[in-house]
Design a protein around this ligand. Structure first.
Ligand SMILES: *Cc1c(COP(=O)(O)O)cnc(C)c1O
Length: 361
């Protein structure tokens, strides 16, 4: 079997163990004689998968009991619209922290629904840092505050969060959910497309405080209404059965690997290995993000000479390193080292980087 080093930004690497299990039970799901691809979402088997997956997420992330876990469709991009449709109501104003491409898209959607302000922005710094949360003024009348915990394209990440008191804090955690422990109680709503850290594309996880569901107007379409999905336990309509099943396996894999704290330590070692290779290169490699805002998930960097950078990409591809090209908005290079990427794969990359530098530095 041909195997490469997968540093894709999303959809991204899945653990080999998880894929082998999918393969193993594809034709016969746990003795039912049916495939996960052909069972009813109203079956006992799927009810169990649905309930167990919610429970696993609650345990792994230490989600308080007054929160709901939802499995929705349409990706994080649908959440950019759903969040303001549900909560930018009553003539109030939403407040967004602008940290790059993804928050920009969230802001653009919110502006179609209602009054939207930018509380803090790092655009003037070319998104090399995350906007400062402590500098933000919080108006108690704000409908909600929205941030992007990890900016996948710029390669920046919040290291700490704040408690915004009575004003609900919402977060797009698509590219760093379950990569580290977080205090869920700081947030009224968290959403994440699964295809970076949680599983395949096709399902979006939403963690929402039950209390704020009361604010949702009845006038919005049911399919876009969080309260409807919560009341129906994510079975309002046909859910993405296969994707939720893979998230289930992925969560068990995280549990079997010591839980989120252990995953965080592993992620820290992986990121540290690559960043220190960049920092010790004497300016051959340069990190794009400000050191204080560096992401543990997406390492963005450049090479001092554009021609050599092109050559790096060619050689990386020849040597089986996939997904190393930066997003077109940031350019240069990016390696995504989500939960499923191993330390050994990061080691192979840094060995390659060191060898390349020796030859071209
Ligand atoms: C990938 C990504 C998105 C977009 O997700 P889709 O599922 O493609 O809609 C949104 N926000 C962040 C932070 C992302 O990394």
């Amino acid at each position: 079997m041909k195997q490469v080093y997968n540093f894709n930004a999303g959809p991204a690497a899945l653990p080999l163990d998880v894929m082998l299990q999918i393969q193993d039970e594809l034709l016969d799901l746990q003795g039912t004689g049916l495939s996960i691809l052909e069972i009813s979402h109203r079956s006992k088997e799927y009810e169990n998968i649905n309930g167990e997956t919610q429970q696993l997420l609650k345990e792994l992330l230490n989600i308080p009991s007054d929160y709901e876990v939802l499995f929705l469709q349409g990706g994080a991009s649908t959440q950019f619209a759903m969040v303001p449709m549900n909560f930018l109501t009553g003539g109030r104003k939403a407040s967004y922290l602008h940290s790059g491409t993804w928050s920009g898209k969230a802001i653009a959607e919110a502006r179609k629904i209602g009054e939207t302000a930018i509380a803090e922005s790092s655009e003037a710094d070319h998104f090399k840092k995350v906007p400062n949360l402590n500098r933000m003024k919080i108006d108690p009348e704000t409908a909600y505050i929205h941030l992007t915990s990890n900016e996948t394209i710029a390669g920046t990440q919040y290291q700490n969060f704040i408690n915004t008191g009575e004003v609900p804090l919402f977060a797009d955690m698509s590219s760093d959910i379950l990569s580290r422990p977080i205090d869920v109680s700081n947030f009224a709503l968290i959403y994440a497309g699964a295809q970076k850290n949680l599983g395949p594309s096709g399902v979006t996880v939403v963690i929402v405080k039950r209390k704020i569901l009361e604010r949702i107007p009845a006038s919005i379409p049911d399919i876009m209404n969080y309260r409807i999905h919560a009341n129906k336990r994510s079975l309002f309509h046909t859910p993405p059965v296969f994707a939720v099943y893979i998230v289930n396996l992925m969560l068990k894999w995280i549990r079997n690997n010591g839980g989120v704290k252990a995953i965080e330590q592993r992620n820290y070692r992986k990121a540290n290995l690559i960043y220190s290779t960049i920092d010790k290169s004497g300016g051959f490699y340069n990190g794009l993000a400000h050191p204080e805002s560096r992401s543990m998930m997406n390492v963005t960097f450049s090479i001092f000479n554009e021609g050599i950078e092109k050559h790096f990409l060619q050689e990386a591809e020849q040597n089986g390193f996939v997904g190393v090209k930066g997003h077109r908005d940031a350019g240069h290079l990016r390696v995504s080292i989500y939960n499923a990427v191993t330390y050994e794969q990061c080691q192979a990359l840094t060995d390659f980087m060191l060898d390349f530098q020796k030859r071209f530095g």
